[in-house]
Design a protein around this ligand. Structure first.
Ligand SMILES: Cc1cc2nc3c(=O)[nH]c(=O)nc-3n(C[C@H](O)[C@H](O)[C@H](O)COP(=O)(O)OP(=O)(O)OC[C@H]3O[C@@H](n4cnc5c(N)ncnc54)[C@H](O)[C@@H]3O)c2cc1C
Length: 440
C-alpha cells in the first residue's frame, strides 16, 4: 500500500496526517488554498490559540513531535471563574490540581506541523491551491491557483479541509454521503488583554471564564504574555452581537458585565468593532469514505462546537486511529472502511458532549451547587483512584475513546445514584426508628 496520496487542507489535521502517511512510506501531495502561513500574515477571525490536551499530545508523542509543540505551550491547571462582582475562584481540573490542558498558538502549532511534514522526503506541499473539482471515482482533482487551473491525480484523496470541506461537498454532489449542519444561534468574537508592564495581566496558569448566563467570555494565555479572550454570545436578539454597535454602548456593556476585565483591555472597543463574528456549528455526515479512494478526516468529517476544547484533539486522534487501521488492513478500502466504522461513533459522542459543556460553562460553573459537585467528584477521585474518574478527566487527560467515556460516566453515575439512594434510604430508616422510639 504505497500509492500516491493527496491530502486537501494543510491545517492542523492535514499536516499531521501527511506526516504520519509519509513516515509509512507514502508519497503525499498536500494541497492548501492559503499561502504558506510561515511567510504570510496570520488569518484574522480564527481562534488565535487553542487548548491541546492528552489526545492531541498522544498523537504528537507517537511521532516525536510533542516536545517541539510543547516548547511554547502554557499549562492551564484549572478554570478561573470570574463572577460579576467579587473575587475570581479557581476550580482545578483534576483532583490533585496538577493536571493541565495547554494553551498553544494555533499559528505556531500549524507551522511546527508543516515543518515536520515538509521535512519528510515524500511530502510535497502546494500552497494557493484551492480544490474546485473532485472526481472521487477517478481520484482526479482540479485546483484554482493564482495563475491557472491545475489538474492532479491520486490513488487516495483525504479531505482534511475543515468544517466547510470542499471534498465533502463533492462527495455530497456525487451522492456518496448524507450530511447535516447544525449552526448554533451563538457566534464568537476575539478580544485581547495585553501584558501589563511586560507581565501577564491575569493568572497565566488558568483558563479564565466569565460565565454570564446567555453569554460567556473565556481567556487563554499566549507566550507573549497577552491573553486572547473569546466572547460567545447570541448572534441576534436583544442581548447579542447584533444589539451592540456604538462605541459608547460597547464600553457600557463591558464595564457593566465584565467589570474586572474591562480595565485590562484598553483596545476592547476597537477590537470589538474590527473583529468578525465567527460561526459555531456541528457537522455530521456519513459515510466518511467512498470506494476506498476518498475519505474525510478532522473537522471535514465532524466539526464540533469548541466548548470542550476537543476539535483539534479529536482530529489528531483521528490520525492515530487511521494509522492503526492501515496497520490492520491489507488494502486502502479495508483501512478506510475500518476507520469509518470505528471512529464515527466517537466523533458523534464528543460532538454531543461539546454541546452539553456549553451549558455547563456558561451557566453552571458559577453556581455553588456546581462547585460542591466538583468538590465531591474530586474527593471520590482521591478515595477511589482509577475507579471513579470524572468526565472532564477522561475526556481531557486520557485517550479512553469518547463513547467509552460516556458509558463509563453513566455507569459511575448509576453506582453513585445507588449509593446515594442507599444512604438516603438508611437515613430515612434511622429517622423513622428514632421517631418511633420517641413516640414509645
Ligand atoms: C473559537 C474556537 C476555539 C477552538 N478551541 C479549540 C481548543 O481549545 N482545542 C481544540 O482541540 N480545538 C479547538 N477548536 C477547534 C479546532 O480549531 C478545529 O477542530 C481544528 O482547527 C480542525 O483542524 P482541521 O485541520 O481538521 O481543519 P482546519 O483547521 O479548518 O483546516 C482546514 C484547512 O483546509 C484548508 N482548505 C479549506 N478549503 C480548502 C480547499 N477547497 N482547497 C484547499 N485547502 C482548503 C484551509 O485553508 C485550512 O488550512 C476551536 C475552534 C474554534 C472556532
Amino acid at each position: 500500500m504505497t500509492d500516491d496520496v493527496a491530502v486537501v487542507g494543510a491545517g492542523l489535521t492535514g499536516c499531521l496526517l501527511a506526516y504520519y502517511l509519509a513516515r509509512r512510506g507514502h508519497r503525499v501531495d498536500l494541497y492548501e488554498r492559503r499561502p504558506d502561513p510561515r511567510t504570510a500574515d496570520a488569518e484574522r477571525g480564527r481562534s488565535i490559540n487553542l487548548a491541546i490536551s492528552e489526545r492531541g499530545l498522544d498523537a504528537l508523542r507517537r511521532v516525536g513531535l510533542e516536545h517541539r509543540v510543547m516548547a511554547d505551550a502554557l499549562p492551564m491547571r484549572g478554570r478561573m471563574v470570574h463572577p460579576p462582582t467579587g473575587t475570581p475562584v479557581l476550580q482545578p481540573y483534576s483532583a490533585d490540581g496538577t493536571r493541565a490542558i495547554n494553551s498553544i498558538s494555533r499559528g505556531a502549532l500549524n507551522n511546527t506541523l508543516l515543518d515536520a511534514a515538509t521535512s519528510e522526503a515524500g511530502v510535497t506541499v502546494h500552497f494557493e491551491h484551492r480544490l474546485t473539482e473532485l472526481d472521487t471515482g477517478k481520484g482526479a482533482l482540479t485546483f484554482a491557483t493564482p495563475h491557472d487551473e491545475v489538474h492532479a491525480e491520486a490513488r487516495v484523496v483525504f479531505g482534511a479541509d475543515g468544517a466547510g470541506s470542499a471534498v465533502r461537498g463533492h462527495m455530497l454532489a456525487q451522492e456518496e454521503l448524507d450530511e447535516s449542519l447544525d449552526f448554533l444561534d451563538y457566534g464568537y468574537k476575539e478580544l485581547t488583554v495585553p501584558p501589563v508592564d511586560g507581565e501577564f495581566a491575569l493568572d497565566p496558569g488558568a483558563l479564565h471564564i466569565w460565565p454570564r448566563g446567555s453569554a460567556m467570555m473565556i481567556a487563554l494565555p499566549n507566550p507573549d504574555r497577552s491573553f486572547t479572550c473569546t466572547l460567545f454570545w447570541p448572534t441576534g436578539g436583544t442581548a447579542s452581537f447584533a444589539s451592540l454597535s456604538s462605541p459608547a454602548a460597547i464600553e457600557r456593556h463591558f464595564r457593566t458585565h465584565y467589570p474586572d476585565l474591562f480595565p485590562l483591555a484598553p483596545t476592547l472597543v476597537d477590537d470589538y468593532l474590527a473583529n468578525p463574528v465567527g460561526l459555531l456549528g456541528t457537522v455530521r455526515c456519513t459515510p466518511w469514505q467512498a470506494g476506498g479512494s476518498v475519505c474525510l478526516i478532522g473537522d471535514a468529517a465532524h466539526a464540533i462546537v469548541p466548548f470542550y476544547g476537543q476539535g483539534a484533539n479529536c482530529g489528531f486522534e483521528d490520525v492515530v486511529v487511521l494509522d492503526r487501521c492501515l496497520d490492520e488492513a491489507d488494502s486502502w478500502q479495508g483501512a478506510l472502511e475500518l476507520f469509518d466504522a470505528r471512529r464515527k461513533v466517537h466523533a458523534d459522542t464528543i460532538a454531543d458532549m461539546a454541546l452539553d459543556n456549553f451549558v455547563e460553562m456558561r451557566d453552571k460553573v458559577a453556581s455553588p451547587m456546581f462547585r460542591a459537585t466538583k468538590a465531591v467528584e474530586h474527593t471520590l477521585e482521591r478515595l477511589l483512584p482509577g475507579r471513579y474518574v470524572s468526565r472532564y478527566e477522561l475526556v481531557s487527560f486520557s485517550t479512553v475513546p469518547y463513547a467509552d467515556v460516556r458509558r463509563r460516566v453513566a455507569a459511575q453515575q448509576r453506582a453513585l445514584g445507588g449509593a446515594f439512594a442507599l444512604l438516603t434510604g438508611g437515613i430515612a430508616a434511622a429517622t423513622a426508628r428514632l421517631s418511633r422510639r420517641n413516640r414509645l
